[in-house]
Design a protein around this ligand. Structure first.
Ligand code: NAD
Length: 317
C-alpha cells in the first residue's frame, strides 16, 4: 500500500481516482484549491463520500504551496491532476492558466526534487495535438502547434516533467486524456451541458456544423489507465513516457446529440453558432502504446457511458 499525493482531488477525474485508490487500500492525501472555474459546492459534493475515510486526508490549498503545506511529508507517488481546465476560458485569461498549470507545476516538481520524491503521473491532454490532420493521433506525432493557451500549458507541462526526469531522475508518465465524460463530469463540458438542457427542455448551442468529432472516453476507463500508470512508474526505473488515454472511437458532434436524444428521450432543440476559437476539429487517439505498456483496455461504449451519466445527472440536478 502506498502513500499518494493526489492533486485536483475534488475535481471530476480526481474524485474518481481518489475513490479507486481508497478502494485499493492506499493512503491518499488530496489537495485542491476549489478553483472558481466551476462551483465549489459541486467539488465539495464530489469528495463528500471520502471525507470520513480514515485513509483520506484532504487539504484545501494551492499546488504551488506544497512545500509549506507538506514540509515533512514524503510521498511514494504524486498524481498531478490539478489544473485550470477548459480551452475557451484560457483564451480570455492565459496568465491564470500559465500560473496554475505551469508555474505551480514547477513548484510541485521543485518540492519533489528537494525531498527526493521520484514518481509522478501527470495529466496532459489531447489538446496538445492541435489541429493534427493525421489520424489517429499518435504520441510520436509533432505537437508543436497548440491552438489555445490551455493546450500550450499542457505541452509545456510535458516539457517540464521531462526536465525534472533529467535533473532529478524522476520517473514520469504524462497521460494525454481524450475528452473524459461520466458521472460528476465538469458542468462546462458538452455532454453535461447538452444533457442538462435537454432534460429541462431547453435549447442547446452547437458550434460549427456538427461535423467536429471527439474521442469521448468514459471516466472509469481513464481511471483504469491512471492506476496502471501508477503501478508502472512505481515498479520501473528510468521511466519517461507520454501516453494517450482515449477510446479510439471518435464521434461526430451531431451523432453525440442523437445519442443523447435517444437516452434522454428528448428531441434536441439546436441553436447553431460559428465554430469557436481554440476548438480543434477532431480528436482520435491511437492507444497502441497504452495497450502495450499499461494493458489499457477501454471497454465502456458511448451508449453505456452516456446512460450512466444521464442516470447520475437526473439524481444530481
Ligand atoms: N476532463 C477532460 O476531458 C480532460 C481532458 C484532458 C485533460 N484533462 C486534465 O485532467 C485534469 C483533471 O481534469 P478535470 O476534468 O477533472 O477538471 P476539474 O476542473 O474538475 O479538476 C481539476 C481540479 O484541480 C483544482 N485546481 C485547479 N488549480 C489548482 C491549483 N493551482 N492548486 C490546487 N488545486 C487546483 C480545481 O479546483 C479542480 O477541482 C486536468 O489537469 C485537466 O487539464 C481533462
Amino acid at each position: 500500500m502506498h502513500k499518494i499525493l493526489l492533486t485536483g482531488a475534488a475535481g471530476f477525474i480526481g474524485s474518481h481516482v481518489a475513490e479507486c485508490l481508497l478502494s485499493q487500500g492506499h493512503q491518499v492525501f488530496g489537495i485542491d484549491n476549489f478553483d472558481d472555474f466551476y462551483s465549489r459546492s459541486i467539488k465539495e459534493q464530489n469528495i463528500s463520500n471520502y471525507l470520513g475515510n480514515p485513509s483520506f486526508t484532504f487539504i484545501e490549498g494551492n499546488v504551488g504551496d506544497v512545500a509549506s503545506l507538506f514540509p515533512n511529508t514524503h510521498f511514494d507517488l504524486v498524481i498531478h491532476l490539478a489544473a485550470k481546465a477548459g480551452v475557451r476560458p484560457s483564451i480570455a485569461q492565459p496568465e491564470q492558466y500559465i500560473d496554475a498549470n505551469l508555474s505551480q507545476t514547477m513548484a510541485l516538481l521543485q518540492w519533489m526534487k528537494a525531498n527526493g520524491m521520484r514518481k509522478l503521473v501527470f495529466a496532459s491532454s489531447s489538446s496538445v495535438y492541435g489541429n493534427n490532420v493525421k489520424v489517429p493521433f499518435a504520441e510520436s506525432d509533432p505537437v508543436d502547434h497548440p491552438i489555445s493557451p490551455y493546450a500550450f500549458t499542457k505541452k509545456a507541462g510535458e516539457l517540464l516533467t521531462h526536465t525534472f526526469h533529467h535533473l532529478a531522475n524522476m520517473d514520469v508518465i504524462n497521460l494525454r486524456f481524450f475528452t473524459v465524460y461520466g458521472e460528476r463530469q465538469r458542468p462546462d463540458l458538452a455532454i453535461h451541458k447538452f444533457a442538462k438542457a435537454m432534460l429541462n427542455d431547453q435549447a442547446i448551442t452547437l458550434f460549427g456544423n456538427g461535423s467536429t468529432s471527439r474521442d469521448y472516453t468514459y471516466v472509469g476507463d481513464i481511471v483504469q489507465g491512471i492506476i496502471s500508470s501508477m503501478d508502472y512508474v512505481l515498479s520501473h526505473q528510468q521511466v519517461y513516457e507520454t501516453i494517450n488515454l482515449g477510446s479510439k472511437n471518435p464521434i461526430q458532434l451531431i451523432d453525440l446529440v442523437h445519442a443523447l436524444e435517444e437516452i434522454t428521450g428528448t428531441p434536441a432543440n439546436i441553436y447553431w453558432m460559428e465554430m469557436q476559437e481554440g476548438d480543434v476539429d477532431r480528436t482520435f487517439a491511437d492507444i497502441q502504446k497504452a495497450e502495450r505498456l499499461l494493458q489499457y483496455a477501454p471497454n465502456t461504449s458511448l451508449k453505456e457511458g452516456l446512460t450512466r451519466f444521464v442516470a447520475w445527472l437526473k439524481l444530481n440536478s
